[in-house]
Unconditional design. Sequence first.
Length: 99
Amino acid sequence: MDEGDARFQAVLLKTKSKRAKYKADCTKAQTTVRHLHAALAAVSVERDQLRDDLAELEAEYDRSRSLLSDRDDRVGLLQATISGLELERDQALRDRDVL
């Protein structure tokens, strides 16, 4: 083997080494990308579940506010009825006292 062949073999070996390192780096990068995709999918599922939970909580909040509003309306009606009955009672007492 002459000096030219030796240099060629050295360059070839160095090239093969660099190629192997490049392939290993590519494989590592591909694995990282797959892991990131899997993590993103998991986070997306969690996000969707949280959105669904939030929608349910908002619906429950709206139902509760509606019930509270209905109760407030009923309390107002009862207070008006009580006031009317008290007025009738007072009028009846005054009428009785006049007689």
